[in-house]
Every structure is written in structure tokens, then in C-alpha cells.
Design a protein around this ligand. Structure first.
Ligand code: AHR
Length: 503
């Protein structure tokens, strides 16, 4: 067994736990919208056709913001197709996913769903096939109270009050050659700056996310951010980060160390943004919206869109089934996002339902929680107050991708109001348990409220519609608190949460 220690101190505050860290993403892709959130024939569907079971699971997941309507989809999207009487809406070809979209769900339906789910919307505008004017039209439709063409169209469509959407994404992954209308950083930076400037002239309260690189593997990573931010720095608030390249391809040790990569990614984007800040003599600091992140098995057949004359509505696409190791990695990526709360001000687990998602559905049938649901839901529920930088002493194991990596990774939160302390800990060893010793002298007299661990002797176990509950986080009976120290045994390939409160 390995032995590791963690020391907590209330003075080591990184920043607040930000509700927007626990965002997700709903794209018109595969079965995320149609038969995912929207399935009028489903037994739990409400008058708007939204599945009640999925709304319940969304609330249980603790999702706070939801990005919409894409993703790659948004770069060919005409938002006007999705408003007004549903039977008059056109069916359009979606080139991004080689599918057809009947536009049954559009901005008004999504906003109704978001209100029912209790989430903040994060709207993306099309800067692929469209530009400043169409972004302004959508903003006017959503945020202007009335007395103008598009705001009155919204009112005529039955929505009297403006939505006043705060978060807006200026396009999606505009550096990617797969993106419809993809651009050079100079082209995109200028367009983003001009769109942002005009949007703020209409609504100065919007928060704007400019596209960073679509992945840190892109050849232009770094330089893209530098050029785009040089053009748009004063007009935007956040730069996006997207990362999916984590997948277990026979190298479990490297896969389990994925959070090392996320930390590095955040550090690199922050460094580039700060370099532009210094060079441009700007005072404000650009923060990061990590608005697409997840494990995604991109090489699997499920990720290949249809082709030829086949343009189906809501095809099965990107329906990855997640196992226990995937859930441990997702839990560890949340540890990384929390640890970087000073710089990462928003994040979206991509996506919410069916498409690389924690929630799965059968059309008209059952829904269930994937393994990845659990670390997300427990972190969203229990992380509160301040994020604490923790001192970890841990043995390392060698990985092919990242060299020597500490097997134990952890972050803690402390709520100064209640005194509650929560530790999120991951054992990334593929073979050995960790004997964890937590030094709590900075918080004298804490007691253990609950210790839960997600692990399984077979880390490839996956949840299915027939069995989604055999492997879930269970009470870790080895966890004890005495003399201002917490101790727990953490199995290999495991994610845990230890909740501590004043005695
Ligand atoms: O989330 C799936 C896709 O991944 C999104 O449409 C795109 O933005 C990214 O490449």
C-alpha cells in the first residue's frame, strides 16, 4: 500500500467555489435535444414535451449553467428557424453532424427548459456562417424588453419579459478546420471584437466568451489565443478552453493522470492571456471558461456522423458508455477545475444527455445515471465556500504521457460560515491502495460526517439501463477522524469525498 498525507489550512484560500464550475452543455447533436431533454411522447413528458425524468436527473446532478445550442452545430445555425409556430418551422440540414433538424426546439423552448431545470443559460452565437448582425438580432430577441422588431417578435411569441441572458459565447472552436466557416486567428479576432463591441452597445451587461483553441493539441495553440486576445482583449471577459483528448487506449496510468494535463492547459492559457495583458497595458484580467470538457472515446464508431444521402433526425451519436475509471478521471478533472478557481470562472461538462453524457435515455423509455454522474453530483452538492490549496505528499508512479505523477490528488473546500470542510481525493494508482492521512490541525475539533468512495475491483464496469446501481459511491468504512487527523484507505483507481464538520 502507498502512504500519502494531505495538510489543510484555512489560510490557504485559492478563491471561492464558483457555481458556474458545475455547468453543462446541450447541443443539437445526436439525441441530446430530441429524445434527450425533449421527447413529447414520453410518459413523463410535460405540456412542453420535456422529459420529467431528465429534468429530475438534471437537478440531481446539480448543474448550474447550460451552454446552448452548440458546439459545432451553432456554426451553421439560423436561430430564427427555431421561433414561432412549431409546425411552420423549417427542417434544415445540419452539416456539422450530417443530420436533419426539424427545429421543434429553439431558443424559446430551451429557455423554458432552462427555467424548469433551474439552470442559467449560456447562449452561443453563430460566427461561422453568420456575423455581427445575426448575433445582434438574437441578443435583441432575448434581452431587449420590447419596442423593437425582434423584441416584439419574442413578445408576439408569448414571452413578455426579456430573458436577460448574461453569458454569451462568440462562436465555437473557430480555429478547427472541421468548423463551418473556420477562420485564421486574425480574421476571428477581428470578428469577435466587433461582435462583442456591438453586443455591448445593445446590452452592456453581457459577459462574453471569446473562442480559445479547440484543444491544446492544435498546432496553433497558444499563438491562436495570443492573436485573438490581442484583437479582442478589451471587449471580452473570458477565453474558452475545450479538452476531450482523455481516453483510455490501453494506457490506464496515463489516462488516470489526465488532470495533470488539465492543470497544464489552464496554466498555459492563463500565461498567454497575461502576456497579452502586459503587452497591451490592460488592467483587467481575462478568465477562462472551460466550456467543453469530458472523457470522449473519439475513435469509437459512435462518434462517426452519418454520410451520403442519410441525414437522420437525432441519430445515435457520441453515446459513450462510461466505466468506473472514466468516473474517477471526471472526478479528478473536477478537482483540477476547483484548484484553478482563481482563473477558471466557468466550466461545462460536455454534454448533458446521451451525447458523451452523465445522463442516458431510451427514446420513450428508461433513463439512467452513468458512472460519471456520481462524482459530478457529489462535488456540485458538497463543494462550498472557499477552495483551499492543499499540501499533498504522495508517492509517484510513472506514466508514459506525463512522467512521474503523484498517485494522490486532492482539493478541499471550507465554508467559513458553517465551518464545514470537504476533501475530494483521487487515488490514481492502477494497482495499489493509498493509506491517506489528513492533517486537520488548522481546523481543530472537526468530526467526520460522511466518507464516500467510488471504486470497483473491475474498473471497466459500466452502468446500463438494466443495472445502473451495482457500482455507486458507497460509505468508506475505513474513514476515521481522531486527534485532528483524518485517516482513510483509498482503493486503487478510486474517487472519494470526505465531509467534515464542527463537532
Ligand atoms: O461536444 C461535442 C463537440 O466537440 C462539439 O460540438 C464541438 O464544439 C467539440 O469539438
Amino acid at each position: 500500500m502507498h502512504a500519502a498525507t494531505v495538510t489543510l489550512d484555512p489560510a490557504f484560500v485559492v478563491g471561492p467555489v464558483r457555481p458556474r464550475t458545475f455547468g453543462s452543455f446541450v447541443e443539437h447533436l445526436g439525441r441530446c435535444v430530441y429524445t434527450g431533454i425533449h421527447d413529447p411522447g414520453h410518459p413523463t413528458a410535460d405540456a412542453d414535451g420535456f422529459r420529467g425524468d431528465v429534468l429530475d436527473l438534471t437537478r440531481e446532478l446539480g448543474v448550474t449553467t447550460v451552454r446552448y445550442p452548440g458546439g459545432n452545430f451553432v456554426s451553421g445555425y439560423r436561430w430564427e428557424d427555431g421561433i414561432g409556430p412549431v409546425d411552420a418551422r423549417p427542417t434544415r440540414l445540419d452539416l456539422a453532424w450530417h443530420s436533419s433538424d426539424p427545429n421543434t426546439v429553439g431558443v424559446d423552448e430551451f429557455m423554458r427548459w432552462a427555467a424548469k431545470a433551474g439552470v442559467e443559460p449560456m447562449m452561443a452565437v453563430n460566427l461561422g456562417t453568420r456575423g455581427v448582425q445575426e448575433a445582434l438580432d438574437l441578443l435583441e430577441y432575448c434581452n431587449v424588453p420590447g419596442g423593437s422588431f425582434w423584441s416584439d417578435r419574442r413578445r408576439a411569441n408569448g414571452v413578455e419579459e426579456p430573458y436577460r441572458i448574461r453569458m454569451w459565447c462568440l462562436g465555437n472552436e473557430m480555429d478547427g478546420p472541421w468548423q463551418i466557416g473556420h477562420k485564421t486567428p486574425q480574421e476571428y479576432g477581428r470578428l469577435a471584437a466587433e461582435t462583442a463591441r456591438a453586443m455591448r452597445m445593445m446590452d452592456p451587461g453581457v459577459e462574453l466568451v471569446v473562442c480559445g483553441s479547440s484543444s491544446s493539441d492544435m498546432p496553433t495553440f497558444g499563438e491562436w489565443e495570443r492573436v485573438v486576445l490581442t484583437e479582442a482583449y478589451e471587449h471580452v471577459d473570458h477565453v474558452s478552453a475545450h479538452a476531450y483528448y482523455w481516453e483510455e487506449d490501453g494506457d490506464l496510468a496515463s489516462f488516470l493522470a489526465s488532470a495533470v494535463d488539465m492543470d497544464h492547459f489552464v496554466e498555459s492559457v492563463a500565461a498567454t492571456a497575461d502576456q497579452v495583458r502586459a503587452a497591451g497595458k490592460h488592467t483587467k484580467r481575462i478568465t477562462i471558461s472551460f466550456d467543453e470538457w469530458n472523457v470522449w472515446y473519439q475513435k469509437r464508431a459512435e462518434s462517426r456522423p452519418p454520410s451520403g444521402d442519410d441525414w437522420p433526425v437525432a441519430p445515435v451519436l457520441l453515446e459513450d458508455r462510461y466505466n468506473v475509471a472514466d468516473a474517477v478521471v471526471v472526478g479528478n478533472l473536477l478537482v483540477s477545475l476547483l484548484r484553478n478557481t482563481d482563473r477558471v470562472h466557468a466550466a461545462s461538462l460536455a454534454q448533458l444527455v446521451n451525447v458523451i453524457a452523465p445522463i442516458m435515455t431510451e427514446p420513450g423509455g428508461r433513463s439512467w445515471r452513468q458512472t460519471t454522474f456520481h462524482p459530478f453530483a457529489l462535488t456540485a452538492r458538497h463543494a462550498a465556500g472557499d477552495v483551499l490549496r492543499v499540501a499533498v505528499q504522495s508517492p509517484a508512479e510513472e506514466t508514459a504521457r506525463f512522467g512521474d505523477v503523484p498517485v494522490l490528488d486532492a482539493v478541499a473546500t471550507h465554508d467559513p460560515g458553517t465551518g464545514d470542510v470537504v476533501l475530494f481525493a483521487v487515488n490514481r494508482s492502477t494497482t495499489r491502495a493509498v493509506d491517506l492521512d489528513v492533517d486537520l490541525r488548522g481546523f481543530p475539533g472537526l468530526r467526520l460526517v460522511e466518507a464516500l468512495t467510488l471504486s470497483n475491483p473491475d474498473h471497466t464496469w459500466q452502468a446500463t439501463a438494466d443495472d445502473a446501481t451495482s457500482v455507486v459511491p458507497v460509505v468508506n468504512t475505513s474513514a476515521k477522524v481522531a486527534d485532528d487527523r483524518a485517516r482513510a484507505e483509498l482503493p486503487a483507481v478510486s474517487w472519494s469525498v470526505l465531509r467534515l464538520a464542527r463537532a
